[in-house]
Design a protein around this ligand. Structure first.
Ligand code: URA
Length: 189
């Protein structure tokens, strides 16, 4: 898909925030360019920065395991992050960094046009312009979003690092993924 490649190339050259200074690689995202579900994480970690691919480290393996358990392979979704470059020492991306990176995400959404966005955690939700004080206000809810002139359904759940660390959150994380899949099946194509 040419437009997605053009976006990835712009990301590769991007110097809009200080994350460009220490990155080894940009991580634009990967997967099915006609996916019904687009998954948005927070930011690349060490492994992702080294390889230029999203969610390939520990939390990525955890996410992949839960997607597969719910009947979805990574090949069927498009996976990206709110921020396309690794924040130093895996700190959370700053508000300004999320804002600078948002146009890339919005353009990726306009090209892929997923029926459903599965947003993983607070950075992903913020990058979509969702307003909240605490994740619990928006978690597991199906939200209607309008980005530029396009409409999307969005389900927000935990970032996988949370259920990975706290087993008691795993059931709820799994149910959210199942709901996201069921919803995406029902949406008009
Ligand atoms: N965590 C994320 O949010 N994204 C990745 O790509 C890897 C870890």
């Amino acid at each position: 898909m040419e437009e997605l490649e053009a976006i990835a190339y712009e990301i590769k050259k991007c110097t809009l925030c200080e994350l460009c200074l220490k990155r080894k690689n940009t991580v634009p995202g990967e997967g099915n360019t006609t996916a019904k579900i687009m998954i948005i994480g927070e930011a690349p970690g060490k492994n992702e920065d080294l390889q230029g691919r999203p969610f390939i480290g520990m939390s990525g393996k955890f996410l992949t395991k839960y997607l597969e358990k719910a009947g979805l392979t990574r090949e069927r979704v498009f996976i990206t992050n709110a921020v396309k470059c690794r924040p130093p020492n895996n700190r959370k991306p700053k508000k300004e960094e999320i804002e600078k990176c948002r146009p890339y995400l919005v353009r990726q959404l306009s090209v892929i046009k997923p029926g459903l966005i599965l947003a993983l955690g607070t950075s992903a939700a913020s990058s979509l312009g969702i307003k909240f004080k605490h994740l619990s206000e928006i978690k597991s809810r199906v939200l209607d979003l309008q980005l530029n002139d396009k409409k999307f359904k969005c389900l927000v759940t935990f970032h996988p690092s949370f259920p990975m660390r706290f087993p008691s959150a795993r059931d709820s994380f799994f149910k959210d993924i199942q709901n996201a899949i069921n919803l995406s099946i029902k949406l008009p194509t």
